[in-house]
Design a protein. Structure first.
Length: 401
C-alpha cells in the first residue's frame, strides 16, 4: 500500500528546519484513544524517521503501560474527567484544566514541540489548552460518531479538526470545517489480508480444524456482560466440535473465568472455550475469527470495517452520549454487523443470533462484504499529513483524502 506521505515529502520534512520535528500527542484513559494515538505516532515516524514524538496522559489510565511499551515517552499531568457523575468535584474542572494546561505548556516548550494533537478523552484536552497558551498550532481528532465532552470543548480552541466518521461533524463546534480522515488503526490491521493469514492465525490460536471461531472482545479491560454471556454459551455448546470460543476477559476477570470454564470441563486441547487476558496480535485474532461479539468503541468499529469481520455489536450502555450505539450503527446500518442492546445480551439471546449465522457461511460472507473500509486503513497516514501540514514542512504535499 502506498504511503500517502511520499519519500520526497519525508525528506523535505526532515530537512526543512534545523530542528527535528517534535509532536506532542494527548491520548489516554482507554485503548480507544491510546491505540489511534500510537498509530498516528508510528505514521509520523514513517514519514520523518528522526521525529521526536511524545505523549501526554495521566497516571490513572492504560497509557502508563501501553505508551512506554510502544517505545514512546509519556508525560503525565493532573486532570480530572469531564464527567457529571463526579458530583461536587465537577466544580473543580475549570481549575484542574488551567493547571493541567499550564503543565502541558511547559511540556510543549521542553519538547520543542511544533504542533500538538489531541486524540480525545479527558487526558487530551490539556494538550490543546497548553498549545493555545504557548501559541502553537494544534489539531484534534474525534474518533466517535458522537463526540465526547473533552473534544466538544477542545474544538472551540483550534480551527483544525479531523473526524473518524462523517456523522460526528454535526455534534462538534466548527464541525463543518472538519476533515474526515477515518480512524487511525495499527499498520498490521490496515494491511490485513484475512484469507492469506487465516491458516497461520488459526494454528497460532489453537483453533481446531473445521471449527468456527467466535471471538469475544470486551475492549481493553474486558466487559463483564460479554464474559458472562460467553460462559453461558460455553456451557451450552460444551459438546460441540464445530465451534470454538476465544474470550478476551481483561486481566481482572481472567482467573475467575478460567475457573468457571474448568468446572464446565473446558480444559486441554479439545476445549470448546478458552479465556485470555488480552490479545497482542489482533491481526491474528481477526484473521482466525468467523464472527466477533464485541463492544462498539470507535477503534473496534473502524477495525471491523477495515478488516471485514462480521460482528454482533453490544454497545456499552453508559458511554457518554450513548456514543457506542451510534458507532455500532455505522456497521449495522450497512449490514456488516448486528446491534444487540447490552441488557439483552444473555447466552440464550446470543445463541439465537449466533447459531443461524454460524450455520450459514454465505450470510457471514455477505456481512463481510457489506463492511465499508472507508479511509480507516489510510487514516494514520492521512492524519499524519494534516499534522505535518501544520508544521509548514510539507509545502508540496498532495493530500490523498
Amino acid at each position: 500500500m502506498r504511503n500517502p506521505v511520499t519519500s520526497a515529502t519525508a525528506r523535505a520534512a526532515a530537512t526543512h528546519t534545523n530542528r527535528p520535528l517534535s509532536v506532542v500527542i494527548g491520548a489516554g484513559g482507554t485503548g480507544g484513544h491510546i491505540y489511534p494515538g500510537l498509530a498516528l505516532a508510528d505514521a509520523l515516524r514513517r514519514a520523518v524517521p528522526d521525529a521526536v514524538i511524545s505523549f501526554v496522559g495521566t497516571e490513572r489510565g492504560l497509557e502508563t503501560r501501553l505508551i512506554p511499551d510502544a517505545g514512546y515517552r509519556l508525560h503525565t499531568v493532573d486532570m480530572i474527567p469531564f464527567d457529571p457523575s463526579l458530583g461536587a468535584r465537577r466544580y473543580l474542572l475549570p481549575a484542574a484544566l488551567v493547571k493541567s494546561g499550564a503543565q502541558c505548556r511547559a511540556i510543549l516548550r521542553d519538547q520543542g514541540a511544533q504542533v500538538a494533537v489531541g486524540m480525545g478523552g479527558y487526558p487530551s484536552a490539556p494538550v490543546i489548552v497548553g498549545a493555545r497558551m504557548a501559541g502553537l498550532p494544534s489539531l484534534i481528532h474525534e474518533s466517535n460518531a458522537v463526540p465526547g465532552r473533552a473534544n466538544r470543548f477542545a474544538a472551540r480552541l483550534t480551527p483544525h479538526i479531523a473526524v473518524a466518521f462523517d456523522r460526528s461533524r454535526a455534534h462538534l463546534p466548527g464541525g463543518e470545517r472538519a476533515v474526515t480522515t477515518g480512524m487511525p488503526i495499527a499498520a498490521a490491521l490496515a494491511a490485513l489480508d484475512r484469507s492469506a493469514l487465516r491458516a497461520e492465525a488459526r494454528r497460532a490460536l489453537g483453533v481446531p480444524d473445521g471449527a468456527r471461531l467466535v471471538l469475544f472482545n470486551g475492549g481493553s479491560l474486558g466487559a463483564a456482560r460479554l464474559t458472562e454471556a460467553a460462559l453461558g454459551l460455553a456451557a451450552r455448546w460444551r459438546w460441540r466440535g464445530d465451534v470454538s470460543l476465544l474470550i478476551k476477559t481483561g486481566p481482572a476477570a481472567l482467573d475467575e473465568t478460567r475457573r468457571r470454564l474448568a468446572r464446565e470441563g473446558h480444559e486441554g486441547a479439545g476445549a470448546v472455550a478458552r479465556a485470555v487476558p488480552y490479545l497482542d496480535r489482533m491481526d491474528l485474532a481477526y484473521a482466525a475469527a468467523d464472527l466477533v461479539v464485541c463492544r462498539a468503541g470507535s477503534a473496534t468499529v473502524a477495525e471491523l470495517a477495515a478488516t471485514g469481520v462480521p460482528a454482533v455489536l453490544v454497545p456499552y450502555p453508559h458511554a457518554p452520549g450513548d456514543h457506542q450505539t451510534h458507532n455500532a450503527r455505522v456497521l449495522s446500518d450497512a449490514g456488516a454487523g448486528l446491534l444487540l442492546p447490552d441488557a439483552e445480551t444473555t447466552a440464550d439471546r446470543l445463541a439465537g443470533l449466533l447459531e443461524p449465522l454460524l450455520a450459514e457461511p454465505a450470510r457471514l460472507a455477505a456481512m463481510s462484504g457489506a463492511a465499508d473500509p472507508g479511509p480507516h486503513a489510510r487514516a494514520a497516514d492521512l492524519l499524519a499529513e494534516r499534522v505535518l501540514h501544520l508544521t509548514h514542512r510539507t509545502d508540496h504535499l498532495e493530500y490523498a483524502a
